[in-house]
Design a protein around this ligand. Structure first.
Ligand code: SF4
Length: 472
């Protein structure tokens, strides 16, 4: 029997999907790329954009028609707003929160589905069903300063308690935190994913240790607000800085080469000791993605970002002081409701001041479920487009200064796959600058190589392979 999974949205949904795939494999289902061939079809939904929600509705309308001709079970999970959930209940066979993933075998059983492999064992699988807090693992790893776990009330199970099937053999994503307490007015995440919950530090270290041992080259810690990690469990789990420090120390001591990233941090929760840990540990990749969203304090207040430009500047100052080689990425929204020309000019000034290597610029569009959805979307689409183009040009000017510095130099890069340009492979540097080089040797995919840079663009570079045997 086969299943087909549609994954929409961010890396967190993709990390959740890897856990969903693991459960389906345990139940004996094989994955199929063709939805027509599947006996079970599911969607991991995203509510960030209306387009993604529309896609869910159009998919389920099609699948429900197929039910006249074949036996088919449909489910939806992921980021779903309460209103959509109500509607989905009438359209899908199963609607569940990702936190309930461990109970998926039981849901199928209650629904009367006979799975290829009996789900009885999985239903009673303690590891899946219980939010086991592995105090013994914590003790084994010899954490200091953490409270003993005996009196702890068990939290609700989380998706991360399911062991995933990683979709890549060399890069992996580790969810460390779920949910968000920030309530930015343009964002629906706090309503779809709920409040912040941190994963036990011991579990994270254990998952990372396995990945390092298996030779993974790139590991990314994921969270909606990744650096608020531990704030909900102060004194019980490691702080984000200490977690990074432990991970970095473990990876450095392994003798293997691995780049450890995290995304996305919030400027308000960023502390100097996080940057200090990055400076101390070789394996903590020297790249920071620090969303600014706007360069204007009044817009930041309307966005409810809970940080000022002064605060943001302070954090970038630590990065420049302690990590002089680090690249800096950001997210920006242009044309947020009420944004004036002058306020947009402040965002342009921020791009020039912080000299970003990359910025993911979005034209504001109201997101269902977010607070600003009720506000007038009063910046003309043409103005948003103009601001988008102007800011992109500003960004290119500052980003190319860094890529030009790479010209003639030999850089280490992780080869990630075939490039769009025929006969080329591509990947990225530690600082996530895209690099491509002429080669058809696909055995290099997933390894580190050295490339001498010959030409550059603002966000990418091209070079020639000088050393293909650098993987540790
Ligand atoms: S910090 Fe803001 S943008 Fe990020 S997930 Fe939370 S509410 Fe959304």
């Amino acid at each position: 029997m086969k299943y087909h999974l549609v994954v929409l949205g961010c890396q967190m949904n993709h990390a959740d999907a890897e856990r969903m795939q693991a459960i389906m494999a345990k139940l004996g289902y094989a994955e199929t790329e063709r939805e027509e061939d599947a006996d079970v079809i599911g969607i991991i939904a995203c509510s960030v954009r209306q387009k993604a929600i529309d896609k869910v509705y159009s998919k389920i309308a099609k699948w429900n028609k197929w039910k006249n001709k074949k036996n088919l079970l449909t489910f939806v999970s992921g980021c779903v707003l309460p209103d959509d959930r109500e509607k989905f209940l009438k359209l899908f066979d199963l609607v569940f929160d990702m936190k309930e993933l461990a109970s998926f075998p039981a849901m199928l059983s209650q629904y009367g589905v006979t799975t290829p492999i009996s789900n009885t064992a999985l239903i009673h699988d303690e590891a899946l069903q219980e939010a086991a807090r592995p105090a013994t693992v914590a003790e084994k790893l010899n954490f200091s300063g953490l409270k003993p776990a005996e009196n702890k009330v068990k939290a609700a199970p989380q998706t991360w308690e399911v062991e995933p099937i990683y979709n890549s053999a060399f890069e992996a994503f580790i969810p460390i935190q779920n949910g968000c307490n920030k309530f930015c007015t343009f964002c629906a995440v706090p309503y779809t994913r709920g409040r912040e919950v941190s994963r036990p530090s011991a579990d994270i270290l254990e998952e990372a240790a396995k990945l390092i041992e298996r030779g993974y080259k790139s590991i990314t810690l994921l969270g909606q607000n990744v650096n608020s990690y531990g704030l909900d469990k102060k004194g019980e789990e490691l702080s984000f800085a200490d977690l990074l420090d432990h991970l970095g120390a473990m990876a450095d001591a392994s003798g293997k080469e691995v780049w450890i990233y995290y995304t996305s941090p919030h400027p308000r929760d960023m502390t100097r000791d996080v940057i200090e840990a990055m400076a101390r540990r070789r394996s903590l990749a020297k790249q920071v993605h620090l969303p600014v969203q706007s360069g204007d304090d009044k817009v930041l207040i309307r966005m409810n970002r809970k940080h000022s430009m002064e605060r943001y500047r302070e954090v970038v100052g630590w990065i420049r002081d302690l990590l002089p080689t680090a690249t800096l990425f950001t997210d920006v929204i242009v044309g947020f409701t009420g944004e004036t020309d002058e306020q947009f000019e402040n965002t342009r000034a921020a791009v020039r001041e912080f000299k970003y290597n990359m910025a993911y610029i979005a034209m504001y569009s109201p997101r269902p479920g977010a607070a600003s959805f009720a506000w007038q979307d009063d910046v003309d689409h043409a103005v948003k487009k103009e601001r988008y183009a102007v800011l992109t040009e500003d960004l290119e000017k500052v980003a190319v200064v860094h890529t030009r510095e790479l010209e003639g130099k030999t850089v280490r890069m992780l080869v990630r796959g075939k490039d769009r340009k025929e006969g080329y492979l591509s990947g990225h540097t530690e600082g996530k600058i895209i690099v491509r080089f002429a080669s058809e040797d696909e055995s290099l995919i997933g390894s580190f190589v050295d490339v001498q840079i010959e030409s550059v663009r603002p966000f990418s570079a091209e070079g020639k392979l000088v050393n293909a045997a650098v993987t540790l």
